[in-house]
Design a protein around this ligand. Structure first.
Ligand SMILES: O=C(O)Cc1cc(O)ccc1O
Ligand SMILES: [Fe+2]
Length: 461
């Protein structure tokens, strides 16, 4: 039995990142004046899900109240899943991953022909820190070709930010349903149960999971009150429930990177009404309103931050989600592609569609790259040569039909062995820079240079 085949085209959503929502699938299902009445309307159970400690400051406090047919606790004990998954990591150490300063790049991972759902198709590429210590992140990818069957997934470890790259996902959550197409992202917060159906068959994408922090919209500083990702473009689901008897229904819970299963005989999508601010969202990346340089020089990519998961240090992200969307390049006498650089933050990149402005070849939709802390990187030789050949007079140019993104973290990722040994690893990545020639015009001996500097010039000697 597939999960939930019948998503209507006109699913309704509620808008506004960070809002406090309320939603009823049956009129009057929300208790009017309190969260936890002795008896709830329709005989529902009240259940709270907390995404922050009870005592977190009001500005940061995240929680929702779910009114459901049976509470989540109604299940048999959790048991380690058989077969265990084996390719999910949530506490990165030298027994399961290794760090390397080498520039890494992967070709798009092929979606297998044999049946595989979102859970089994998920694998950790790299990450840092620990879900147990509530500080860290994991970057996963998934390839799947079939819907989850009679089961729901849940990460107790962290929030999922899902970037679909190929194939739509229909995601049923406890708060309602989300339809996700390539070019859209979903935030599925820690602890929420969800099921992934694949209406188009094969699907591939990226997931950033964060431990101990939640995504916020970035401050806009001098940009002002508008721009970048607008809160109203983030869509939360509306309440939807099913009251079906589902013998053998399995909750698959990711807990400390291990999978556990618990059986129950009903669907977990039995929430008839809910209210609160701890909710799943989706966002269409084409709605992003980019700001950028209008005269000279290349802006730092932080200007394109969609969401940021902060650490306790001001301005230092556990994980930033940054995009490189279509936009005009207009800077004068400027090297317009990304500059060559080394960064104390680590940069994982993916490509959803089109090409990426810093790489003429080799970085393909569905592929990825990792440039860790202080690892030098920048445009490939072809991009450099073509940019310089275009010269200073390049007019306004519109970057079109592309969507690349970056997960940027202050923590240094360790890479999982299956990612390092992957057949999709591009072992020749370094070659893309090897051809960068010296264009240095100040050659000669120090004495000759001194002469030139003092105006005697070489020819006069
Ligand atoms: O490395 C990358 O391609 C990402 C990136 C893009 C950019 O425009 C400036 C800095 C940066 O790290
Ligand atoms: Fe970079």
């Amino acid at each position: 039995m597939e999960n939930h085949q019948d998503f209507p085209d006109d699913l309704s959503y509620q808008s506004g990142y960070g809002n406090s929502f309320s939603s009823e699938a049956l009129p009057g299902a929300l208790p009017p004046a309190q969260n936890s009445p002795l008896l709830c309307p329709y005989g529902l159970y009240a259940e709270q899900i907390s995404g922050t400690s009870f005592t977190s400051p009001r500005m940061l406090n995240l929680r929702s109240w779910l009114y459901r047919i049976k509470p989540s606790v109604t299940h048999e004990p959790f048991k380690p899943r058989v077969p265990s998954h084996g390719k999910l990591v949530s506490e990165f150490n030298d027994s399961n991953s290794s760090a390397t300063p080498t520039q890494l790049r992967w070709k798009p991972v092929e979606i297998p022909d044999s049946p595989i759902d979102f859970i089994d198709g998920l694998f950790t590429v790299c990450g840092a820190g620990s879900s147990f210590l509530r500080h860290g992140f994991a970057i996963h990818m998934y390839t799947a070709n079939k819907s989850m069957e009679n089961s729901a997934f849940c990460s107790a470890d962290g929030d999922f930010l899902v970037v679909t790259q190929k194939g739509r996902l229909w995601i049923t959550t406890e708060c309602g349903r989300l339809q996700l197409s390539p070019g859209e992202i979903a935030i599925l917060p820690q602890g929420f149960r969800f099921a992934v159906d694949l209406p188009d068959g094969p699907s591939r994408g990226y997931v950033a999971e964060i431990f101990g922090s939640h995504f916020q919209l970035p401050d806009l500083g001098p940009i002002g009150a508008n721009g970048l990702a607008a809160p109203r473009d983030f869509l939360a689901p509306t309440a939807w429930f099913e009251e079906s008897h589902r013998p053998g229904y399995t909750i698959v819970q990711k807990f400390g990177g291990e999978l556990f299963t618990a059986k129950q005989d009903f669907s977990p999508f039995n929430v008839v009404a809910w209210h609160g601010n701890y909710v799943p969202f989706k966002y269409e990346l084409s709605k992003f309103c980019p700001y950028n340089t209008v005269l000279i020089d290349h802006s730092d990519p932080s200007i394109n931050t969609v969401l940021t998961a902060p650490t306790e240090k001001p301005g230092v992200a556990l994980l930033d989600f940054v995009i490189f969307p279509p936009r005009w390049l207009v800077a004068e006498h400027t090297f317009r592609p990304p500059y060559y650089h080394r960064n104390c933050m680590s940069e994982f990149m993916g490509l959803i569609y089109g090409g990426y402005e810093a790489k003429a070849d080799g970085f393909l939709p569905g592929g990825s790259s990792l440039h860790s802390c202080m690892t030098p990187h920048g445009p490939d030789t072809k991009t450099y040569e073509a940019t310089v050949a275009r010269g200073n007079e390049a007019g306004p140019f519109r970057i079109k039909d592309t969507m690349a993104f970056m997960f940027e973290s202050c923590l240094i990722p360790r890479v999982c062995p299956w990612a390092l040994e992957s057949p999709f690893m591009d072992h020749d990545y370094y070659q893309c820079w090897i051809g960068l020639r010296s264009h240095f015009t100040g050659g000669g001996t120090n004495a000759e240079r001194k002469d030139i500097h003092e105006g005697h010039g070489k020819a006069e000697k």
